[in-house]
Write a protein that binds this ligand. Structure first.
Ligand code: UTP
Length: 290
């Protein structure tokens, strides 16, 4: 049973400056909901009951968002806004949420290593706080990974098929398909040239790890950008432990990238009952003028 999850959300978010100077990119909205709330909802819908968020400077808004706001609750009650009240109360009661501060921003691998004592000797899920994974099946993507973990008893990384010409933007899988959508990992290649890429299956921001990932993180020196890279620890781990890739049924929305953020908001707004009609009219008018 996997009951713990780690959500790294300490990064500078330099691709979103100046917004991220004093505000977390993980709080950027998808229509009206902070990205990190959708990440927590995915974890909870996958059976997670205990979440550790790794935060840093300028990230207080994340702590406040998951705390109770009694005055707001009283105000909503007084005004009879029961539906909003239930929504607001749910945010602070979905899971046990804990915080740890990444002291220096030394990369994703470093952020994950802060979770060691909290996670202890249990397998855990890792969900990037700036990435929403939309599932096309009845199960959230983290749950899809948990199934693979339970069946194969090894760490699992979510994989998304990307156009071959774009593989040079991602870490991609080198491995063989063992059953439909499940791959045995032999290695990963960072940002390969399309002509040399071993696959077009890219990392998608969700993982399930056995706790020995922490041993590999300790041994991992600084890599790209002089940071401790999770991918480097995973490469070492894949050499001596079984590791699997899960080509999930769904789409990744990385809101740390401006264009993706805008596209994601349009995508979800078009699913929103109040916004769909007027936004469609606007987009059609706009498209005619382009
Ligand atoms: P990114 O590499 O996308 O985040 O990390 P970043 O470094 O904040 O982004 P840019 O490139 O400067 O725009 C993916 C996730 O890992 C977290 C980030 O907060 C994000 O949710 N992260 C990254 C950490 O928690 N600590 C780090 O040192 C780096």
């Amino acid at each position: 049973m996997i009951r713990k999850a780690v959500i790294p959300a300490a990064g500078f978010g330099t691709r979103f400056l100046p917004l991220t100077k004093a505000q977390p990119k993980e709080m950027l909205p998808i229509v009206d909901t902070p990205t990190i709330q959708l990440v927590v909802e995915e974890a909870v819908a996958s059976g997670i009951t205990d979440i550790l968020m790794v935060i840093g400077k300028s990230k207080r808004a994340i702590e406040e968002h998951f705390d109770r706001n009694i005055e707001l609750e009283q105000e909503l009650q007084r005004k009879g806004k029961e539906k909003l009240l239930a929504q607001v109360q749910r945010i602070s009661s979905m899971a046990n949420i804990h915080f740890v501060w990444q002291k220096e921003l030394n990369g994703l691998g470093d952020a994950v290593s802060y979770a060691r004592s909290h996670v202890g000797n249990e397998p855990f899920a890792l969900l990037l706080g700036d990435t929403v994974l939309e599932s096309y099946s009845a199960e959230p993507v983290t749950k899809q990974l948990i199934h693979v973990f339970e069946k194969y008893n090894g760490s699992v990384v979510a994989l998304e098929e990307v156009p071959l010409e774009n593989v040079n933007r991602y870490g991609v899988l080198d491995g063989n398909e063992t059953e439909k959508g499940v791959y045995r990992v032999s290695d990963f290649v960072e940002k390969p040239d399309p002509s040399e890429a071993p696959s077009n299956l890219a990392f998608a921001g969700r993982y399930v790890f056995t706790p020995d990932i922490f041993d590999f993180l300790i041994q991992t020196g600084r890599g790209k950008n002089n940071e401790i890279q999770l991918t480097d620890a995973m490469r070492s781990m894949a050499k001596c432990r079984p590791m699997f890739g899960c080509r999930f049924d769904g789409t990744r929305h990385d809101i740390g990238n401006k264009l993706e953020f805008i596209k994601t908001n349009i995508h979800y707004a078009l699913k929103h009952s109040d916004l769909k009609g007027p936004l469609s009219v606007y987009l059609k008018e706009l498209a005619r003028s382009l």
